[in-house]
Design a protein around this ligand. Structure first.
Ligand code: PBG
Length: 336
């Protein structure tokens, strides 16, 4: 039996540990780098002044009144984080069947956008488009006879997108998973003269158990009737994610998101390789909670787990990550 030499070398002439021996060598051969400029910081916003309210299932994350959110935006800018993503926790009294408060040009989110853009014009502001923070049933769309109406919901989402963009939001991020909404929102924005407003589509969004703490944060958990499986994707599917992303790109999405993050890195990789478009990933609330809870028990080293999990996204092909660790990770990355 002849042993053909491998073009990649073989032991003992090749010893891969040589390049790992010294810090300087590891730095030179590192294939991926994590930077603050890869991070998007989610901010939960509430009414009031000078309020920072803890979220039980997300220790370390707080709901902020607009003035405090403006301070957080300044901190993001200082740390080199390019953008924040805003989520409202509105008063339950403002919630209704049809989520009409989403269309109020003076609602919490629109006031937050105006305040943050006035203070930090160079910081990107991203707003979710979906009805769940506004509906009394906690669903992302209009509910009728137990079903989520697709086309009727799109009409409302288009108006929500325009209202948010008119408030100064830079990036509209539909997270609702209705069919056809990206194209309709693009047309609505264009008709309103908002042709420069970008669309970040939550293109491949799965019906996931990892959103639990977020639903606490926006106050939709106890309201949610049933589950979101008729519009969010089945975790068993991967080809379907490719079809979702293809449609959203064709409809005018500027960037696409895969969500959740770490359990779906195979999807991030496939999307990036297939389409070569800006591909973001969302390290969701449950992923945050897992790391935080394990670190609290002393079972994980918090700092290392945070940076390793974020680097994993980069390695999989993500261009940027939405993460509740954004501020903490950006600070860790500043250390020499
Ligand atoms: C709702 C929305 C959700 C998240 C972002 N936008 C929750 C859901 O779909 O139920 C989840 C984010 C997270 O878990 O961190 N449109």
């Amino acid at each position: 039996m002849s042993t053909k030499p491998s073009p990649l070398g073989s032991f003992p002439r090749t010893r891969l540990r040589r390049n790992r021996r010294a810090v300087w060598a590891r730095a030179l051969v590192a294939e991926h780098r994590l930077a603050a400029s890869d991070l998007i910081a989610p901010l939960f916003v509430i009414e009031g002044t000078n309020i920072a309210e803890d979220i039980a299932s997300m220790p370390g994350v707080q709901r902020l009144s607009i003035d405090r959110a403006v301070q957080a935006a300044a901190e993001a800018k200082r740390l080199g984080i390019p953008a924040v993503a805003l989520f409202p926790r509105i008063d339950d009294k403002l919630k209704g069947d049809d989520g009409a408060e989403a269309l109020n040009p003076d609602n919490l989110i629109c006031r937050a956008v105006r305040a943050i853009k006035a203070a930090q014009p160079d910081l990107g502001v991203i707003c979710d488009v979906a009805l769940d923070p506004y509906t009394s049933h906690g669903h992302d769309g209009l509910l009728h006879g137990g079903a989520i109406l697709n086309d009727e919901t799109i009409g409302v989402l288009c108006r929500q997108a325009v209202v948010q963009a008119q408030a100064g939001c830079d990036v509209i991020a539909p997270s609702d998973m209705m069919d056809g909404r990206v194209g309709a929102i693009r047309d609505a924005l264009d008709r309103a003269g908002l042709t420069d407003v970008q669309i970040l589509s939550y293109a491949a969004k799965y019906a996931s158990a990892f959103y639990g703490p977020f639903r606490d944060a926006v106050g939709s958990k106890k309201l949610l009737a049933g589950d979101k499986k008729t519009y969010q994707m089945d975790p068993a599917n991967s080809d379907e994610a490719i079809r979702e992303v293809a449609l959203d790109i064709a409809e005018g999405a500027d960037m696409v998101m895969v969500k959740p993050g770490l359990p779906y890195l195979d999807i991030v990789r496939r999307v990036k390789e297939t389409f070569a478009v800006p591909t973001f990933a969302y390290q969701v609330s449950g992923e945050y909670a897992m790391i935080v809870a394990a670190a609290e028990r002393g079972w994980l080293e918090r700092d290392r787990a945070i940076l390793e999990s974020l680097m994993a996204f980069k390695r999989a092909g993500a261009d940027a990550m939405v993460t509740y660790f954004a501020f903490e990770a950006a600070r860790l990355l500043q250390r020499p």
